[in-house]
Write a protein that binds this ligand. Structure first.
Ligand code: WT7
Length: 658
């Protein structure tokens, strides 16, 4: 049963507004109307094997057909599409060439200082093949892990596809992570090669990447890494170590354009992506070839109802799962045009997003609630000054969206005639699980609405029993689905324990617990409230409180630390750290800043606490557990309610209050 298990679902707001898909949206859509959705849902529920088999055969190319749809003989370790052979890179590239779409634009890239690069499917295919051959020339073979630590340049997508093409799983590490965080991930996955760039552009500045790779590899601290491939982006001076480091432009362009896609087993590892959990170090979430391909493909097709003429743009970074599934693999597997943008809105160009939409006639726009809330704050004059007429569908991802932001998005960006899709999912789920379908699902502001066909989502209490409508509980998934993570890299026990044994129903059934609290209303609509474990969601970035605490206590002045999230109007949550010092007289603003810097260096700037609160002691139970619930209330300036009788020393709470 979950630790700090009293879910407080705040503001059970009575949201009565409902928006039906327009007749036009409905007419054009693949899934036309709620009845059609319900029919699909029933079909998938009644005979999941038949439903998934049909989808897999229709949507993917197979070198060899699969013989079994789902092998669930050793739960929770699923095998999908047994004996089948396929290749994600083939599905994203070659088959579109075979279908006569060679000259369709695959990637439109807009770089930060305004440079634009475009790749047709044929050009992308050729770049990917050359890169695959370059990887082979560096000794990369099937099964070797390749790490990517890249800015948002086309080479990032090219490298991912090149890895998939030759069966080398990738591990993309977000470019904002520190060299320490990179080193941990390289070692955990035993990466053979790192693909990086000299640096990248971020908010009118450059960030350096290659120097961080050098720092991570220093003193042979990542013995598995044999070589480093470096894209020239910022043209800043970086050191190149002969025999280890290679410039991309020196070895990729001269390679052959031919590199057949290797037929991969359905369950061959496709990638590892690290994400934060409530305990310990980040987990390497493992996804495999066929199931992930099908799920990212199918969800993209359903939710964005993609059409040939669409220009689709997701503002995420390829370093996160959203970038994997909905910048690269989902769109390209569907033969869509996907836009990659290196920049972000910033004081010198607050209209950056709207400018990109206008310039490239973006028709589908997918972004995070944090961004929407930031735009709301600066008002509608700015977006109103751009022509956003090309938009026909808008979506959000990554964190709960408050109804006000949802309404603003629909009204100001969607001009009240674009369906809004609020998509709930996680790194672990591979693709979206709960979302409206634009031509089918009536939407309610703030609700991710209904689970996709084949997804058995439910809300249960700590014992695993379903709760009544509108009652808060744990969001769980009852049946396996193709895009599910397969294990935690190197730690199957942790996979079982953290996801499948956290909630144990009496009947012994295995259910997947996602870490989120939610409620379901009388219409069956899901309202996701956010994490109920010790994970904080800052601007859609997922961080474990334990990681930040470990970073803090690794500083010589710190004795103990407890990290919690407090409500933030823009970012959703902000990080607050309660810190006790080795020597309490040292508390000062200077030290507070130093500790923030220290966390930035240990993990990355996204993990820097917004606030450090020095305290003489932390509130603990008699068994020594920190009572985070109390700290969360204190951090948000709220009255501490609920049971405090297990507190070892009540005076600690009194002191913290004052
Ligand atoms: C956590 C997963 C999903 C890709 C990006 C983040 C939160 C995500 C929603 C949503 C409410 C959401 C959950 C989830 N989350 N989407 N539409 N409504 N919450 O992936 O880093 O694995 O984080 O993001 O808390 O557990 P991630």
């Amino acid at each position: 049963m979950p630790a700090d298990s009293n879910i407080q679902i705040e503001s059970v707001l009575q949201e009565e507004r409902i928006f039906h898909p327009s007749t036009e949206a409905q007419k054009q859509a693949r899934i036309k109307g709620i009845d059609e959705y319900r029919k699909m849902f029933k079909l998938a529920d009644a005979d999941p094997d038949a439903f998934w088999a049909k989808a897999a055969k229709e949507e993917l190319h197979w070198f060899e057909p699969f013989t079994k749809v789902l092998d669930w003989s050793n739960p929770p370790f699923a095998k999908w599409f047994t004996d089948g052979k396929t290749n994600l890179s083939f599905n994203c590239l070659d088959r579109h060439l075979l279908n006569g779409n060679s000259n369709k634009e695959a990637i439109i890239w807009e770089g930060e200082p305004g440079d634009i690069r475009k790749f047709t499917y044929k050009e992308l295919h050729s770049e990917v093949c050359k890169t695959s051959n370059a990887l082979k020339s560096l000794g990369i073979r099937k099964g070797d892990l390749v790490a990517l630590y890249m800015p948002m340049v086309p080479e990032a997508a090219i490298a991912m596809l090149a890895c998939a093409r030759i069966g080398a799983p990738h591990s993309v590490v977000f470019g904002g992570f520190s060299s320490e965080a990179l080193r941990d991930r390289l070692n955990d996955g035993e990466a053979k090669l790192v693909i990086t760039a000299d640096g990248g552009f971020r908010k009118d500045k450059t960030i350096s990447l290659k120097p961080s790779v050098d720092a991570a590899l220093d003193n042979n601290s990542c013995p598995s890494v044999k070589s480093v491939l470096v894209v020239k982006r910022t043209k800043e001076e970086v050191s190149i170590k002969p025999g280890r480091d290679y410039w991309w432009h020196e070895i990729v362009p001269s390679q052959s354009e031919e590199c057949p896609a290797l037929p991969m087993d359905s369950e061959d590892r496709l990638f590892v992506l690290y994400t934060s959990g409530s305990t310990g170090k980040p987990k390497g979430v493992v996804h495999t070839t066929a199931g992930y391909n099908l799920w990212s493909h199918l969800t993209f097709k359903w939710i964005f109802d993609i059409r040939d003429e669409d220009v689709y743009w997701c503002t995420a970074d390829v370093g996160w799962i959203t970038g994997h599934s909905y910048i690269v693999y989902g769109p390209l597997s569907n033969g869509a045009t996907t836009l990659m943008y290196e920049g972000v809105p910033r004081p010198s160009n607050p209209g950056a997003f709207w400018e990109v939409i206008e310039k490239h006639n973006v028709s589908i726009f997918y972004t995070a609630p944090t961004a929407i809330r930031a735009f709301m704050k600066t008002g509608r004059t700015l977006p109103d000054s751009y022509n956003l007429e090309s938009l026909r569908l808008i979506g959000t991802v990554g964190e709960p969206i408050n109804p006000e932001a949802w309404m603003w998005y629909r009204d100001v960006i969607g001009r009240n005639n674009c369906p809004v899709v609020d998509t709930w999912w996680q790194t672990e789920t591979g693709g979206v699980m709960i979302s409206p379908l634009p031509g089918a699902t009536p939407t309610k502001p703030g609700s991710a609405t209904l689970p996709l066909p084949g997804i058995q989502a439910d809300i249960v209490n700590a014992e695993g029993d379903p709760v009544a409508a509108d009652e808060g509980g744990y969001l769980v998934i009852r049946k396996p689905w193709p895009g599910m993570m397969r294990t935690v890299h190197g730690d199957p026990k942790r996979f079982r324990e953290s996801y499948w044994e956290f909630i144990k129903p009496d009947d012994g059934s295995l259910i997947y617990f996602a870490g989120d609290g939610a409620r379901r209303d009388k219409d069956g609509y899901f309202w996701v409230m956010g994490r109920v474990d010790d994970v904080i969601n800052v601007s859609g970035h997922r961080l474990g409180t334990m990681e930040i605490e470990s970073a803090l206590v690794s500083h010589s002045s710190v004795s103990e630390a407890a990290v919690v999230g407090r409500v933030d109007q823009i970012k959703g949550e902000a990080i607050v750290a309660f810190v006790t010092l080795e020597n309490s007289s040292n508390s000062s603003d200077a030290l507070s800043n130093e500790l923030k810097e220290h966390v930035g260096k240990e993990i990355g700037v996204i993990a820097r606490p917004a606030e450090i609160k020095f305290t003489d002691a932390l509130p603990k139970t008699r068994s020594g557990k920190i009572m985070r619930r109390l700290l969360r209330s204190l951090a948000s300036g709220k009255e501490v309610t609920g049971d405090t009788s297990t507190l070892e020393d009540v005076s600690v709470l009194e002191k913290l209050r004052s």
